[in-house]
Structures are given as structure tokens and as C-alpha cells.
Design a protein. Sequence first.
Length: 210
Amino acid sequence: MLTIEKHSLGPIGTNCYIVADSETKDCVVIDPSDNAKFIQARIAANNWNLQALWLTHAHWDHILAVPGLMAATPDLPLALHSGDKGLYDYGGGAKMMGVQIPDLPPINMWLDDVPTLTLGAHTFKVLFVPGHAQGHVAFYHAESNSLFGGDVLFQQSIGRTDLPGGSYEVLMNSIHTHFMPLPDETVVYSGHGENTTIGAERRMNPFLTM
Ligand SMILES: [Zn+2]
Ligand SMILES: [Zn+2]
């Protein structure tokens, strides 16, 4: 079984997901948004073993705990799509927002040609869904109907497209191509705010029902 811990962390409350295989005790952190010590404490409290950091995209608010977690285990796979390399090298745009961010360690796993990722006995599809950011990806676990969607789709909203590298047309195309074909019961674990489902958004999201 998959166990999912959700924590809203950092200055603008960005969702960090610690996802574990409850049998093997392996876990990954999807979007380590802040407070590395707290994330490490949660992992330790569950007796989990951290296997990788998976980044949906490189905006500063999703990566603030990357330096702290990588300092503790420098060989840990740190995964990002190269479409967001420029953004990552630019500190995720933190300076533009007046936010201090410590030096970021190099990405050591590029997701460009990685169709799936493994966590314990579980396989996640890597969906390339640009538009909010140029290298945005989502992680989909079909068996549990879980979609870690980052800043692509929110409860009755969508990711903003006014930041550098954003495009409304590209984002809508990503949503229609990769998210909308998923089953209604798919739970969307978003980068901000409450979880939703593909079915609820299909019916009620103003950007999809227009
Ligand atoms: Zn973002
Ligand atoms: Zn965000």
C-alpha cells in the first residue's frame, strides 16, 4: 500500500508530499517545499527510508528544503525535468520574489526520458505537463488513483501562466492530453490547497467547463 503524508510548508504554504511504500518502508519526497528538519523528523518517526526527491517543477516555493535534505544525503537521487533547468539554476525565481534561498545542489537525475519511476514495489508514470513551468511533470500512480500534479490543476482552478516560461495554451493542452483522460476517481494532490479529483474538476472547474 501507498502511504501519503501531506504537509503545507514554507512562506506561501506549498504542499510537500512524503509518499511511502508501507511494506518496504521506502519513501520519496515530492516537492520538499521547506523545513528539511521537519521532513526528516516525519520520515524518521515513520521508520521510512528516503530514496529520492522528485520535483514537479523548480519554482522556489517547491524546493526550499532541497539544500537541507541533500546536505544530509548527497547521493540521493534529485529528479527534475531539464525543461526547468534554467529556472532551477536561477534559484527557482526566489530573488525575483524577494526570497532568500540557499545554494541549490546540482540535479543528478533528469526526467526527460524517464517514463516511469519506482518506489518500493510501486510504479509511477512521469507525465510531462508544461505550461505553468516549461519542465513541469506530474507523478501518476494508477493502482491507488493518485496524481501528484504540482501546480497544473487545482480545486476549481489551474496553475498561473504569467510567470516566465508560462503559457496558457500549453497548460490547457497538458491538462487535456494527460489529466483529463484519467479516471474520475483519480485524486489530484496539488501543489497548493486541498486535494481534488479528476471527476470533480471535469464537472466543476471553470477552466474546463467553459
Ligand atoms: Zn509553481
Ligand atoms: Zn507553487
